[in-house]
Design a protein. Structure first.
Length: 379
């Protein structure tokens, strides 16, 4: 399927959802949705792993993995982006941020530096012929690596990716993944300006791989990096800064019955260390990625945070929740779709609403990536 012009794309909506207006505009509940990526677009078989960021000029950037020849997590995978200047109602042409031939460029994690407006994008890499299993068990030709690039013009152009693996990965770590979702920049002293990126890695314990969540951070706008907190357990991770400067850490779990609920912890020192993980039974999930988003009404750390994930034991029923007490309790704001859904990311909208970029489809959650606007009165 070829690229659509923005005017047509605004009207191209997933009509299978009961929440989307047939003309692509707001439905009766103040929500609207547009397709940003779809299988077959621009010669890519599948698009996965959405991430979204708002530039200093208000432009929205929707990142994804463009998987060239199939839906697999390995192979020829590029990082792609589309830009929106009208708060996600329409989207411009797709651009390629990083294409390394037949290798895997993956897990885009954007953050906008408030000091100068630069967009810092942290990403993962591996050889296209190395699978996650091969990397986990030491059978791969290469390892999992970490890179960063920047944009100085609100996502129009990007620097050549620069490797930072030696700064953020220990030699004993096998698998490594950045995000996948947006990173954050802290607003509270004494860590104001610090960029914190949620990640995960694997180590070998008694001959078997064990996943752990961890954080990396930069105090100079992404030029140099440090390993921060390392958790006992966890996988794909998301973070949000709350009042008092604490960082809420929320992670996918892989082990036992606990894998059907999110696990959380708190960092009180800018991401250098975290409390022990605890299971949050209110946040049911099917072993999948999820995302936090902080909201501050007067600047500084958030008074409210949102969380989005498939609230089921299957990858379906993508649900947006709200917490007014730093994630101790949650209220359901809205169910974005009852149908198939998987990974997502979120950003704030100009009018006070929330924009959700997420994987969904009629029969599979990997058919398309849509951007859905949830207006403030629904939150």
């Amino acid at each position: 399927m070829g690229m659509m012009v923005p005017a047509l794309l605004a009207a191209y909506v997933w009509l299978a959802s009961p929440y989307i207006g047939a003309d692509g505009g707001s439905g009766s509940d103040g929500r609207c949705s547009v397709v940003v990526y779809e299988c077959g677009m621009e010669g890519y078989d599948t698009f996965r792993i959405p991430a979204v960021a708002r530039c200093a000029d208000g432009t929205l950037l929707a990142f994804a993995e463009g998987r060239r020849y199939g839906a697999s997590d390995a192979g020829d995978i590029d990082i792609v982006v589309r830009r929106s200047s009208d708060d996600g109602r329409t989207w411009g042409e797709m651009e390629v941020v990083w294409d390394d031939g037949g290798n895997t460029c993956s897990n885009p994690v954007p953050v906008v530096d408030r000091l100068d407006g630069r967009i810092v994008l942290v990403m993962s890499w591996n050889r296209g012929d190395d699978s996650e299993t091969d990397i986990l068990y030491g059978r791969s030709a290469d390892s999992r690596r970490v890179f960063v690039c920047e944009s100085h013009d609100d996502g129009k152009t990007w620097s050549v990716p620069r490797e930072i693996t030696s700064e953020v990965k220990l030699p004993s770590w096998t698998w490594y993944a950045t995000g996948p979702c947006h990173a954050i920049q802290l607003s509270s002293r004494p860590y104001r300006g610090r960029i914190v990126v949620p990640c995960d890695h694997a180590v070998t314990v008694e001959g078997a791989p064990k996943y752990n969540a961890h954080l990396i951070y930069s105090d100079d706008g992404g030029r140099t990096w440090h390993i921060g907190a390392v958790a006992d357990g966890g996988n794909e991770t998301t973070v949000a800064e709350v009042r008092g400067g604490d960082i809420v850490v929320n992670t996918r779990w892989q082990q036992g019955e606990g894998r059907f609920a999110r696990h959380t912890a708190v960092s009180s020192d800018g991401g250098a260390s975290i409390s022990p993980m605890r299971r949050d039974t209110a946040l049911v999930e099917p072993v999948c990625q999820g995302v936090l988003l902080a909201r501050s009404y007067r600047g500084g750390a958030a008074r409210r945070i949102y969380f989005c994930n498939p609230a089921s034991r299957r990858r379906e029923r993508l649900t947006l929740r709200r917490s007014d007490d730093a994630g101790r309790t949650w209220n359901t704001c809205t169910v974005l779709t009852e149908g198939p859904a998987a990974y997502s990311d979120m950003t704030l909208l100009r009018g006070g609403g929330v924009g959700v970029l997420y994987e969904t489809g009629a029969k599979s959650p990997y058919e398309r990536i849509v951007f859905e606007r949830v207006e403030r009165d629904c939150l």
